[in-house]
Design a protein. Sequence first.
Lengths: 113, 112
Amino acid sequence: EAQVTQNPRYLITVTGKKLTVTCSQNMNHEYMSWYRQDPGLGLRQIYYSMNVEVTDKGDVPEGYKVSRKEKRNFPLILESPSPNQTSLYFCASSLEGRSGSYTFGSGTRLTVV
Amino acid sequence: TQLLEQSPQFLSIQEGENLTVYCNSSSVFSSLQWYRQEPGEGPVLLVTVVTGGEVKKLKRLTFQFGDARKDSSLHITAAQPGDTGLYLCAGEARVWTDKLIFGTGTRLQVFP
């Protein structure tokens, strides 16, 4: 089944403790992206990647890092999480690039206390 | 500045009622996508409309792209509890940006 898999689904952590949210897709898509979704603010793009070893900032990149060493994986790294990064995170991939139709993962609900 | 405004923001209706959700912009889009996000899940693509004036039907859902490609609507006939979710429109601009612009969302609740 074609899908984007995120892990974990739920995560509660403390301020400053580094964490990684994994994302993997099995559709051979070149384009991958991370979004956060907050009430009243909608979906906001954090980082995106057009292909392996090519990443770029989205609209809200501060406090986040990403890497794209293989086509299928696009982990999101929070080096020093803060409470304002409490949010619902989605990974997405697209065959057609940044403005194409997206396949989203099921989401990771992160709480930073 | 929000480039894609959706209305209404919230909608609570009884099973069997009809409803329309709107997605409006002052900008022209090359295409418009509609997604549905169910509670606890990621958005799932429903349809993409490409041509101005285009109408696409997906069972009880009818999608229309405005003639000027600045707006779109989603009409649901005889809503069912399974239609409950967050409906998002997303525009592909191409000319003035290479990214997908997401709308503000319409949260629909259908009661049995």
